[in-house]
Design a protein around this ligand. Structure first.
Ligand code: ADP
Ligand code: MG
Length: 698
């Protein structure tokens, strides 16, 4: 039977009961699916150790030797068997507990192959529950090459599918695979150009590698394949929108020029100019723009967005700007209105808390075309929001919006899809940008406006409260304002809210002479606005808040950011929060208040924050620290697909090559219509059908 269609039920050593479990636990249907469940590690069983060579607890080892003596210690459940094993040079203790003892038959003068993972006990290595096999029973197969280990689950183990059980099935499958092969899914030219192993060979080698070099070649090939198809899909999507007709906006008109020469209170940085130029080239190209704008916190994305909107308006279109929170939407609204001053550009704000009465004229203005710019939250993608002639949608986002939402924006103009500009709140690592936003063209603002003083970041023990109070008072006396942020973790919101409220009360008692605002996500938006407004106007000196202030909030006079329990925040969130200060002319400070007993990774996070203000570097460090585990299948990190073998943390190089390969193919044949590209097209269709998450990004 063909491996690509063969039901797992009919694989050797599987059967219907195990097949059910495999289907549920591993989401596999066919023999080929099962072959694509890759080992997570290998043990090199061609290698024999001496006891003296053991140097870590990480790798299993095998040793040939004899048992010198053994004794059973204790009774009942606490019973253990302790044996002394020698390789002729030194000795090591082996221990078995409980039921396992019954099955153990040790004989003196018999040579055994011992296999197990060393562990350290009382400052010396020993083995707990090693596998032991008399040498007379050791088969060649047992000590050949790399032995794969597979991830299993409790449910799988219950039907005998532990790592060893899966290994047995895989061995059979690989035999079948060697005979029958599977169809190749990467073109011969690509395989040759990048020196990649064939698919059948790679699948054999990934499970039972002949040697380390072959294993590496197999991994490389399978990682490439995985990333290649992700890229093929994304770039195809990108080409599709590039080919989609878009509104033509060639004119640099009155409003744009007036704003540039009369209203803009500063010169644009070179990076801002460059990015604006990139956007303008898209807007006048006649094709729909789908572009990502990345820039560090405070790099001035908003003004770029505003210029882009003015371009649209000068060409006779409306524009909208969608923000992730109400606070941010109102702030954008206020800022943009202030910047536009006396220009005749009409701006409206639409959020969840805009009342019915307020909505009516907005809806009308949008339909008639008297409103030029609409700023808002998700509320602006609702169906009843209709434009006269929307030409540009800008999304200022915190996390990636679903494509469903993006496509709603596409539909906001029945004539042609409006141009789309997505702005990220903080920089994202290169590999993530290439996958998560791989279907968008990229623009980067890699320069901060001149005159910014780097924020001084200090890590503070939570118990140094007196010194903190002293510092805060000193800053406030100099006329500055301070944020004090408390962590709020979703699952536990009530509890943490108490932290915030307690904290607030404490600060009120500590600083009776100052006024303090409080802000958190569970407040009514009217109250939020009022509290925020008091802080913006300088009426309050301190804002005690949760991370609702994270995104975009801009109060130039605030120069101190205190983050309580900083260890509870991720790096990008810390960077976001820190970015709330350092916006004015004064020296700004970020104080990370932490416990003392920090884990290694947490300490590293704090160190990175103290060492650098560069958001791009922080984003890379964040990815390295969080690692693939965090990313795998997690939507929250924005990766809309699962990677089985490739890693966005370590496989950046392969990703680049895979993207190039995909780009080369689509450059010549954007719709994959040529007959020699049919394989790719079919494969994309298969992936679309089988990988649920992929549907989201098409
Ligand atoms: P972000 O990229 O984080 O959204 P903003 O757009 O909020 O940054 O800009 C941060 C601050 O920098 C704003 O107060 C803005 O007016 C100011 N700014 C933007 N561009 C420049 C510039 N070229 N020179 C001086 N200040 C600028
Ligand atoms: Mg912003």
């Amino acid at each position: 039977m063909d491996l690509t269609t063969q039901n797992i039920m009919y694989c050797k050593s599987v059967g219907s009961k195990r097949a059910d479990v495999l289907r549920k636990e591993l989401k596999v249907e066919t023999a080929l699916d099962l072959l694509q469940v890759y080992p997570y590690k290998y043990t090199d069983r061609s290698k024999f150790y001496k006891i003296a060579d053991i140097e870590s607890e990480d790798t299993s080892v095998q040793i040939i030797g004899e048992f010198l003596s053994w004794e059973t210690i204790g009774v009942g459940r606490g019973q253990r068997l302790s044996a002394t094993f020698t390789d002729g040079y030194s000795t090591i203790e082996c221990v078995w507990f409980g039921g396992a003892i019954k099955y153990l038959q040790l004989s003196k003068g018999v040579r055994y192959l011992l296999f197990g993972k060393p562990s350290i006990f009382n400052h010396t290595y020993n083995f707990t529950h090693p596998e032991i096999t008399p040498m007379s029973k050791v088969t060649a197969q047992m000590t050949q090459g790399f032995e794969p280990d597979y991830v299993t689950s409790e449910k799988m183990k219950a039907v005998g599918l532990n790592s060893k059980g899966i290994r047995v099935i895989m061995r059979e499958l690989v035999l079948q695979l060697r005979q029958q092969g599977v169809p190749e899914i990467i073109g011969a030219d690509v395989l040759e150009r990048y020196h990649l192993m064939g698919r059948t060979e790679a699948l054999c080698q990934i499970h039972f590698p002949t040697n380390n070099a072959m294993l590496q070649k197999a991994r490389e090939r399978l990682k490439f394949e995985e990333l290649f198809y992700v890229q093929l899909r994304l770039i195809k999507q990108m080409k599709r929108s590039e080919a989609t007709e878009g509104f033509k906006m060639p004119i640099v008109g009155k409003r744009f020029n007036y704003f540039y020469s009369e209203c803009l209170p500063f010169d644009l940085t070179n990076a801002q100019k460059r990015v604006l130029h990139e956007i303008h080239s898209d807007l006048k190209s006649g094709h729909q723009m789908n572009r990502l704008l990345q820039g560090d916190v405070g790099s001035g994305k908003t003004v770029v967005a505003l210029f882009a909107m003015l371009l649209a308006i000068d060409n006779g279109y409306q524009a909208c700007l969608m923000a992730p929170t109400e606070i941010l939407a109102s702030q954008h609204y206020e800022n943009i209105r202030r910047m536009l001053k006396d220009t005749p550009v009409q701006v409206a704000l639409l959020t969840g808390s805009t009342t019915k009465v307020q909505r009516k004229p907005i809806h009308q203005g949008l339909q008639e075309g008297s409103i030029d710019i609409l700023i808002g939250t998700h509320a602006l993608i609702e169906d009843d929001v209709q434009f006269n002639n929307i030409g540009l949608c800008i999304i200022d986002e915190q996390h990636r919006f679903g494509v469903a939402q993006r496509s709603k924006l596409w539909g906001k103009n029945p004539n042609k899809p409006p141009h789309i500009l997505v702005m990220t709140a903080t920089p994202i690592p290169r590999t993530l940008a290439m996958t998560t936003y791989g279907d968008l063209k990229q623009s980067v603002i890699d320069e901060l406006p001149p005159g910014r003083k780097p924020i001084h970041t200090i890590q503070y023990g939570l118990d140094r409260k007196q010194s903190l109070i002293h510092f805060l008072r000193d800053q406030i006396e100099q006329g500055r304002q301070a944020y004090i942020v408390y962590p709020i973790i979703k699952e536990n919101e009530k509890l943490n809210l108490k932290d915030l409220e307690n904290g607030y009360n404490e600060w009120v008692q500590t600083f009776p002479e100052y006024k303090i605002s409080m802000l958190h996500g569970q407040m009514k938006s009217k109250d939020k606005d009022a509290q925020m407004q008091r802080f913006i106007s300088g009426e309050t000196q301190i804002l005690v808040a949760t991370t609702v202030i994270e995104v975009g909030v801009d109060v130039p006079n605030a120069s101190v950011m205190v983050i309580v329990n900083a260890e509870k925040f991720g790096l990008s969130q810390l960077h976001q929060l820190r970015g709330r200060v350092g916006r004015g002319a004064d020296q700004s400070y970020c104080l990370l208040l932490t416990r003392y007993d920090l884990s290694k990774d947490t300490r590293k996070r704090m160190d990175v924050m103290v060492e650098t203000n560069n958001g791009f570097r922080i984003a890379e460090a964040d990815l390295q620290l969080r690692g693939q585990g965090e990313l795998e299948g997690t939507r929250q990190s924005g990766v809309p697909f699962d990677l089985k073998i490739a890693s966005l943390v370590t496989d950046g190089q392969i990703l680049l090559i895979a993207r190039q390969a995909a780009e080369d193919i689509l450059h010549k044949d954007p719709n994959l219509e040529d007959s020699f590209n049919e394989m790719y097209k079919r494969r994309l269709d298969v992936l679309r059908m089988t990988i649920v998450n992929w549907g989201d990004i098409s």
